[in-house]
Design a binder for this molecule. Sequence first.
Ligand SMILES: Cc1ncc(COP(=O)(O)O)c(C=O)c1O
Length: 749
Amino acid sequence: MRTAPRYTCDDAARLAAEVYGIAARAEPLPSERDQNFRLWDAGAQFILKISNRQEERAILELQNEALRRLTAGGTGLEWARVVRDRRGREIAEAGGHFVRLLTWVEGECFANVRPHSPELLSSLGRGLGRIDTALADFDHPAAHRTHAWDLRHAETAWEHAGRLPEARRGLVEPLIEAWQRVDWSGFRTSIIHGDANDYNVLVNAGPRGHSSHVVGIVDLGDMLRTATVCELAIALAYAMLGERDPIAAGACVARAYHAEYPLTDSEIAALYTLSAARLAMSVCHAAWQTAEAPGNEYLNISNASAWAAIEALSKLPAGWADEVFRRACAGPMRDLADARRAHLGPSLSLSYREPLHIIRGWRQHLYDASGRAYLDCVNNVAHVGHCHPRVVAAEAGQAALLNTNTRYLHENLNEYLARLAATLPPPLSVIYLVCSGSEANELALRLARAHTGSDRVIVVDIAYHGNTSALVDISPYKFNGPGGRGKSAHVTVVPVADEYRSVRWRGTVAEAAAHTGAAAFFCESALGCGGQVILPRGYLREAYEAVRAAGGVSIADEVQTGFGRAGTNFWMFETQGVVPDIVTMGKPIGNGHPIGAVATTAEIAASFANGMEYFNTFGGNPVSCAVGLAVLDAIRDEGLQENARATGEYLLGELRQLAERHRTIGDVRGQGLFLGIELVRDRGTKEPAAEEASELVNRMKELGVLLSTDGPFHNVIKIKPPLVFSRDDAGVLVSRLEEALAVPPFPHL
Ligand SMILES: Cc1ncc(COP(=O)(O)O)c(C=O)c1O
């Protein structure tokens, strides 16, 4: 390692007086290589740069020449002016060192200004784009060099990878490997600034809330001729530091750069890899330099933030950042909402005031096209995690081999039926495979009718069981909702057994059964649309007994609640100590692949087997069965049911504590990872706070957490995340809720 000359402040002041004839106060500035001092003269400020002994004079000349170019280049940024010494030299010599005096560029370091607004990030990209435009036809013999920070020759940094702490080396290796795959042959080359790091970028930090922008980029010490794209990649590495959404921040910078100095497709494709590689270089160098010079504070700060960024990036799904950068440079896209409206049936709403454009899912996160990540707390379909590799591989593998209907023999079908049946208590041994929750409930309805000879149905108020005509008729959520035609004669509605609202539930199903006689009793094992209601202990036992006594059958709709979400049990009905006559499944069963299933008893199945075939073109096909098996494997092998229990219990406790601090929260309830937060305006009257709930959900989205509302009064926040949801995620959810509830209209206790 090269050693810098050691000057004191007094030395620097003396030097300034002797060489430049200015009487100034000196203060040291942090620097990796040279010694830099900030000088205060009577009215002006300067930076005195004492170059390392071995620093070539030609490189200083390159910097001076570049400064002249940039000053004339219409960058919109302020550039230092080189002050000549008493003898008229731009580069002085003193004590065996080269000395330069530059005028001071005023500004706050980008690193010290938070938050980084989109305007600020854009101004960084714009400034860099203009710098590279100004330097595009500039050349200088001294620029034809490499140095330790040359991203094109990062192999010198990788030599130090062995010095990285072993536990973290695994985070850096993929970044190095990705860098090694970069094809440099297609990139343009030019002289670049090469070090737009967060301490070299200066910002006109105004008062808080004032929109700041980049005013200057200092320190041309790393200038060299290399692939032009490195300029932006280096800046991106630092722009991503400390950001909640590093890719969104990077995309902002890249978009503005591209508008000034258009990147080529291959440069865009390499951007993310190169910026991540720059972070990897940073920690490799730090590992080396720390070994050489322990206690360098400047190093420690930048090293910690680089590691934090590397760690955050390591959690992002493959390919997403590249895609966001590609989209950022592709210019304004067609308005997706408009295009969607042009042809999509209008009976479908979008979530959130500002709809999301999600382009990637990974585990418990969704990722949008602008570079933002969202903790998905509401998607109970991506049960074992979005895009679970095992499920994806099973699906792709079988799709490449065969996908046909169930009129042929196939191992996948047999194995899946057996595995699914094994999750159910006897006598639920017969299974029908279908393609959705609606198809499952539709079939359950037919099974019940065939078995009881009655088309009467008892349903719970506010329930939703599916989108077919017959199911809309048994879904109060629909038939009593907007556009609904009201209750049909064959349907009896019982109240939501809501203990928080002290609804009387004992005997309600029995009364209905006594009134209807043999009927199908449809009931979710915990109520979703009803408002994330956990049924009172004994509710299903009493209801099932009454229904059976009247000659009817009980159907557990486990479309939302099944497959381990309950935590203590695989099926939510098991938490009630009952066995239904029919169980319907959907959503999580295929982790997003369209599968549904109905399980019943041999006796009911026999009643249905009246000669009319039940054929389902796609139900039970080999691909669906492969997917279903992979989902069951993932639940088992990753301990997801137990995770739902432990994480759910923890989250419930945290939410209850949150309720102690926010009187908007009237009730917190849950079983496993099926939870609800009911918002009220008044804890005494329990007046529902529907608008507030909607406001909270929208705010949470802005804070990067996805939730939704439901319940008879639309005031219940639903929490039903993928089962890979962790304790840390629970912590994030609760702290963001705290943040969102901190400002009106939400009162404090
Ligand atoms: C409880 C319940 N049952 C059935 C369905 C219908 O399932 P699908 O949309 O897969 O047809 C849903 C869907 O939201 C549901 O929540």
